[in-house]
Design a protein around this ligand. Structure first.
Ligand SMILES: [Zn+2]
Ligand SMILES: [Zn+2]
Length: 223
């Protein structure tokens, strides 16, 4: 609670140079992040515009996955501030970085946050992916649509890719409001991409509900 109060009243300082005003000043933002190669997110072969290669598309059904930075340095710090220190302002900076990485998307694209465990939302007061997705939708003049729900509380820390996939099976549901946006391309949004299990499970559920064109944008990818 005290943390929350302090985070609301204290002025932000740049995490790199400590200048007052923002969590990341404009000057430090220029080279704050370790840009990832333009590649298939899953097998890491170079690919045009971060398109998923054919093999990995068959395994994931994700058309493109754009990732801004590797999970280190300023990127990691921003994610931790957002997740554990109530620094909602970090979402704006993260969304701006993702927006700069994205090409023009089809205008009917809807921006959908990956759900977080409700227990974590209760602790934190918000879903960090939703904050990022809202900012990103605003940046790109796209519609934000929160159509996914978490149905279970599966633990997934430390599990490897195949185990995580099994644990996550059935973890998400599509809300009834998705019918208003069926046939629209979807851009899934999350803060950190680790094994990709959550993205794949979300994609499976959305495809089962009739959505065909699904891509994702994340801020960081763990190597
Ligand atoms: Zn700075
Ligand atoms: Zn691949």
């Amino acid at each position: 609670m005290l943390d929350l109060v302090i985070s609301l009243i204290a002025p932000h300082r740049c995490i790199k140079c400590s200048a007052l005003g923002s969590l990341l000043c404009d000057i430090c933002a220029i080279d704050a992040f370790t840009a990832l190669p333009v590649r298939c997110w899953r097998c890491k072969q170079l690919s045009r515009q971060s398109k998923t290669c054919q093999t990995c598309y068959r395994a994931s059904n994700l058309r493109y996955v754009w990732a801004v930075s590797s999970y280190e340095g300023a990127a990691k710090e921003l994610v931790e501030l957002l997740k554990f220190k109530n620094a909602r302002a970090a979402a704006k900076i993260i969304a701006l970085q993702i927006a700069q990485k994205l090409p023009d998307l089809p205008p009917r694209t809807i921006v959908v946050p990956l759900p977080t465990a409700t227990r974590r939302i209760r602790q934190r007061g918000y879903n960090q992916a939703a904050l990022i997705a809202k900012e990103l939708a605003r940046n790109h003049s796209l519609r934000y649509y929160d159509v996914l729900l978490r149905s279970g509380q599966s633990r997934q820390v430390g599990a490897n890719r195949s185990l995580r996939q099994k644990q996550l099976y059935g973890a998400f549901m599509v809300k009834n409001n998705h019918k208003a946006v069926s046939n629209h391309p979807i851009l899934l949004v999350d803060d950190v991409l680790t094994t990709g299990s959550s993205l794949i499970e979300a994609t499976r559920v959305l495809r089962a509900a009739g959505h065909k064109e699904i891509s994702a944008a994340v801020f960081c990818q763990k190597e």
